[in-house]
Design a protein around this ligand. Sequence first.
Ligand code: NZQ
Ligand code: ZN
Length: 383
Amino acid sequence: MHNFIFRNPVELIFGKGQISKLSEKIAPGTKVMMTFGGGSIFKNGIYDQVKAALKGVEVIEFGGIEANPDYSTLMKAVEICKKEKVDMLLAVGGGSIIDGTKFIAAGTKYEGDPWEFMLDSSITSEAIPFGTVLTLPATASEMNCGAVISRRETNEKFAFHNPNCFPQFSILDPTAIYSLPKRQISNGIVDTYAHTLEQYLTTDIDTKVMDRFAEGLLRTLVEIAPDLLKDERSYDVCANFMITATMGLNGFIAMGVDEDWATHMIGHELTALHGLDHGVTLAIVHPGVMRVMKEEKRAKLLKYAERVWDIKEGTEDERIEAAVVKTEEFYRSVGMKIKLSEHNIGEETINTIVKRFRDRKWNVGEHGIVTPEKTEMILRSVL
Ligand code: NZQ
Ligand code: ZN
């Protein structure tokens, strides 16, 4: 097990009716910018619940943050925060809103162009404090300090991590996701599954607790997916989904392990170039990573086959292939198209992504094992 330092300061406030707790978290007289997306919070009553809990608080509303939040939109909020001297931010939405809010929080405190910290991971600006009300389980942004920001004018999408960008608190009310369309449930299932695999399917360095924890998250997703995709979702299934997604990327299963993230890095390019939903990109790329990086990941792939899919028969290669097929079937079962060609994406995009990775000198994956050549093989394998 590698040495590690673990710190996660986020206060989780979980359960039905918990949005009302905002009144205890934000004192009257605080000047708050409330950030949100394209309007789902007006239809499902979350906006009303938030506003009711914020009586006496001065609220500046900043809506219209798009899925895959865009630099130019967020910079408008940065300007307002600077001008109005906002004390605190409150993100009400999914990963895009929370990520965008992290960018606003850090961008407001940063003296230069905030895009600089998107390109240089050594820059960690101060940030104004913020809380979140989560409406879409997927990214775990509600309990981590990372964010992914898009810049449509250049077709780019990059991540940043800043220890000053943990939310102070996050409210997780499972009833908030009753209104989620199936497409977003599918995205959330696949995103959480992929986060877990990115921290599990690496090198086997005897991290027993993290492995069992990760396997528990994966098996839970497989178990609850059919119920989540029914027309009516029960409170319990929503609650289980919400906490699974949060646990997938809040640092718990990353303790002492090697991490991969090649699937995410390649997937971000597919979103930047073609606008595919984040979850959709992962369902395409992940099986390719498993097959192309089979030798490097062999021990963990075998563990995955046995412990997540109960595959015990056959040679090593047969068991690994069966586990990859099970993964593909699972992604298809939640409604994903898992080949580039099914999204009308072909050779040209593969060449563009590989050129970008070469130009950026990006060797991704655990220990940089996914070279641009491997990235090309991965993308060709899922054509
Ligand atoms: O904009 P509105 O109208 O609110 O609609 C949203 C949006 O269209 C809708 N939605 C959200 N909650 C809803 C709802 N509709 C009905 N009822 C509700 N309760 O869902 C749509 C998608 O929302 P979005 O926030 O974009 O989804 P998600 O949470 O999947 O976030 C995706 C973004 O997060 C990044 C992705 O790259 C992408 O930009 N990620 C962030 C990570 C992190 N911070 O750690 C890690 C992830 O790997 C990921 O990269
Ligand atoms: Zn993700």
